[in-house]
Write a protein that binds this ligand. Sequence first.
Ligand SMILES: Nc1ncnc2c1ncn2[C@@H]1O[C@H](COP(=O)(O)OP(=O)(O)OP(=O)(O)O)[C@@H](O)[C@H]1O
Ligand SMILES: [Mg+2]
Length: 405
Amino acid sequence: MVTFERSKEVFKNEQVLQEEYTPDELIEREEEREDYIEALQPVANAASPRNIFVYGDTGVGKTVATRMILNELSQDMEQFDDVDVEVVWANCKELTSYQTAVKLVNSFRERSQKISMSGHSNAAVYDMLWEEIDALDATHLYIVLDEVDSLGTDDDLLYKLPRARSNQDINNTYLGLIGISNNFKFRDNLSARVKSTLCEHEIRFGPYDAGELQTILEQRAEKAFVEGMLISGVIPLVAASAAQNTGSARRALDILYNAGSLTRKKDADAVTEDHVREAISLVEKGVIEDELRDLPTQSHLVLYAVALLAEQGELPARRKRIYEVYETIATRLDTTVKAKRTVLNRLSQLSLKGFLHVDEVNKGRSGGKHYQYELDIKQDLLLNILSENTRLEELMVDQNLDQFS
Ligand SMILES: Nc1ncnc2c1ncn2[C@@H]1O[C@H](COP(=O)(O)OP(=O)(O)OP(=O)(O)O)[C@@H](O)[C@H]1O
Ligand SMILES: [Mg+2]
């Protein structure tokens, strides 16, 4: 018997399964690729670029496809002397129009010339932006606003960018805008003035089916895993599970990566279907955590109210009681105390999303009925995530729970 042995390698290159990796070629998105090529054709003809709005569920390749196609465009344009394309990306997550404009200005500037997120007038920031764009050593600029739905109804930037050239704010550079969104409501709710320009050309990315996911997974697995590590049912199982859920390639890759990591942790000889099943539940838990984290602060407050009631053994609780606790929390935090109706709406949304469980209780003959709520997720998990919300954290640290009773 020897104590030390060479540990078995599961992955040849695990980075291939991670989010930052860009695959060599785009597969299973032929139609979308054709759409893109058509929409970008004016650039190759040295004409004015079109604005493009790309939408579809999360994880269906919008970002990766856009990156790859714009790279191709820039490269292919090198053959023409009269076209030079530059591309700037900004992720709008948690930014306003103003902040995104600042970010864009800064993306053109050297470190010492960058401006701060506040302190300039709106007009001044746009002037700087136009100046930077006009000064570019390129004929065409595409600005890609990823996760553009984060801007919500604050559509100033989406209004101004497409009009900059016709307003003669910029004169030298042709400007095209690409907006990417996974929020279907955002598209429907765009104001008419923005929709008419931003959505000049729309490209929809549908969910992947199991067969498509399988091809994508196979392409990656070959590079990621040591040969012979995956038993034959593994990829179909991962693909089927992700297809059944949302058709997201991100989720499929995530499951496969987790299955590989589990195999390594257990020092097993191969990735089996059992590892996949275990990975699926891990990924599901992660998804719930992310969704919880991304909820607006007011929803966090409502959930915190329910969590406090849980700590005091007061669940299931009625809506009235939850509202009382919510009111106390919101007041202590010195934040807006929303009207009862609004909070009740949030309660039903939170149960639709699967964070709360609601029961309708009928009071027999008298005919009255009421709703009572319970947590539908683990209390520890919820409190952990709520404590990441800096405002709530303060309250949680110095709060004696009895004060809410
Ligand atoms: N057709 C594809 N071929 C290879 N890999 C893909 C393909 N589609 C998606 N992926 C991979 O799946 C993951 C998610 O894709 P991507 O980031 O493009 O999704 P998205 O549509 O932008 O999602 P979100 O709306 O959440 O931003 C990435 O790791 C990406 O490389
Ligand atoms: Mg994306």
